[in-house]
Design a protein around this ligand. Structure first.
Ligand code: UGA
Length: 456
């Protein structure tokens, strides 16, 4: 099939690459000419395992090409995918300006029947607006259909996710468009949900909001664990073995981030209020997520005090999660900013997100290290803020020798409590009654006793 993919971000670039790898002829379009030139030269604008090889191979085999000329891309294709960004606007809603601008241009360029498919995450009713906008901008009467085909790719594993998806959702009010899109995906052998436009749009938001709910739920259970001497990993394991619950997205930590969950949860909440409905549960999900980093930081301030000037802190992880260089809405970045705001000097390392982080954080009181061990040198404490696998296997005796103080704040539960504590570290994690938490409880007891004896 002949396809055009507009937008070469995470969704568009991975989509274009995999579609071409399935044997389709694909043109990727972007207004950013520097980006297009880089991609053509095999240099990926994002870190995504496996992507470069697929792009380079398919360019070489002439199934995949890139251009900044949208009309050229559209003229080539039977199916046009809109894959541009829908960031959060000031009101919490999705900013649709890029999607609508592309729709207008598609209208101006259409000369024969095509299916226009929105892959960007857009609120209920957007595809109807896209249809109208295309219709209004047609230069001559042309038949076309619109469809919603949301993607469920995770950054860091999007290549794998697209090849082995759990399901494909295709929403359209046109049986012809549904048939054409089904042809593109049937070979995957996984379920295809055919539905109306609006249901497809909502499936995407409901899925992301539900996953975010799972995370906020487990993060609240973690708070109970810490106080009630239980262990969150064990509780999550015990829950996850129930097939009705499932083990995924039950990893407690300092909260979810990234370019999707925070904006999509906020946008769905906004949709609910637009529909005169207060989605209370979702409001709680957002509040809990915001609270998680402060719960984590509370242990830091109780242990080290609120004034961190004179302290040198080591930070492992800046990306919003492991296996990506993306720092958009990264909780790690927010925590780094708070620690710096409290006067600390920071040494930081992330396997992929150093360049992006430097652009956002600058160099004021932050030095960027070459590896995890450089971060540790003479640091008064070590922070783990992103779940990169390599942080879970750091050499603990080397860590202890390098740190000025054997103190670890683990915001992603990457280390084994017993092992770390047996080696003499003071350790804080999330949802675990560690020796660090015991120390704070002891301090609190002394304080309570002092209060009772009036000698504080
Ligand atoms: C998410 C969804 O998982 C994808 O299905 C969806 O397509 C994508 O958003 C999107 O809308 O484009 P992504 O943002 O790449 O994908 O990342 P996730 O792997 O879902 O992680 C999101 C955040 O939740 C990260 O900060 C991660 O650290 C956190 N998380 C995840 C937890 O704190 N605990 C968990 O158990 C799982």
């Amino acid at each position: 099939m002949k396809l055009c993919v507009i937008g070469t971000g995470y969704v568009g670039l991975v989509g274009a690459a995999i579609f071409s790898d399935w044997g389709n002829e694909v043109i990727g379009v972007d207004i950013d000419s520097a980006k297009i030139e880089k991609i053509k030269a095999g240099e990926m604008p994002i870190y995504e395992p496996g992507l470069a090889e697929i792009v380079v191979r398919n360019i070489g085999e002439k199934r995949l090409s890139f251009t900044t000329d949208m009309a050229e891309g559209i003229a080539h294709a039977e199916i046009v995918f809109i894959c541009v960004g829908t960031p959060q606007d000031d009101t919490g809603a999705a900013d649709l300006s890029a999607v609508l601008a592309v729709a207008k241009q598609i209208g101006e360029s259409l000369t024969d029947y095509k299916v226009i498919v929105t892959k960007s995450t857009v609120p209920v009713g957007t595809n109807e607006r896209v249809y109208e906008l295309i219709r209004q901008n047609l230069k001559s009467p042309v038949e076309f259909d619109v469809a919603s085909n949301p993607e469920f790719l995770r950054e860091g594993s999007s290549v794998e996710d697209m090849r082995t998806t759990d399901r494909t959702v295709i929403g359209s009010n046109s049986p012809k468009a549904l048939g054409i899109l089904k042809n593109l995906y049937t070979h995957l052998g996984t379920p295809i949900v055919e539905c109306d436009l609006r249901s497809a749009e909502l499936i995407k938001y409901a899925s992301n909001a539900f996953l975010a709910t799972k995370i906020s739920f487990i993060n609240e259970i973690a708070q109970i664990c810490e106080r009630a001497h239980a262990d969150i990993s064990t509780v999550a394991k015990g829950m996850g073995l129930d097939s009705r619950i499932g083990p995924k997205f039950l990893r407690a930590g300092i909260g979810y981030g990234g370019s999707c969950f925070p904006k999509d949860v906020a946008a769905l909440y906004r949709t609910s209020t637009d529909q005169a409905y207060d989605f209370k549960l979702l409001r709680g999900v957002m509040e809990v997520n915001e609270r998680m980093k402060y719960n984590f930081l509370k242990n830091v301030t109780l242990h080290l005090g609120k004034n961190l000037s004179g302290k040198s802190l080591g930070v492992l992880g800046l990306a919003f999660k492991g296996d990506t260089d993306d720092i958009r809405d990264s909780v790690a970045i927010e925590v780094v900013k708070v620690l710096r705001g409290m006067g600390a000097k920071l040494k930081v390392y992330d396997p992929q997100a150093m360049y992006n982080s430097k652009r956002v954080l600058g160099e004021d009181n932050i030095s960027y290290c070459l590896d995890s061990y450089e971060v540790m040198e003479k640091s008064d404490a070590l922070f783990i803020l992103t779940d990169w696998k390599e942080f879970g296997t750091i050499d603990l005796s080397r860590t202890k020798n390098l740190l000025a103080n054997p103190l670890i704040f683990d915001g992603r539960n990457m280390l084994n409590v017993e092992k770390v504590q047996n080696m003499g570290f003071v350790y804080f994690a999330v949802g675990k009654r560690t020796n660090g938490v015991e120390l704070l409880a002891e301090k609190d007891k002394v304080y309570q006793k002092a209060v009772l004896n009036n000698d504080h």
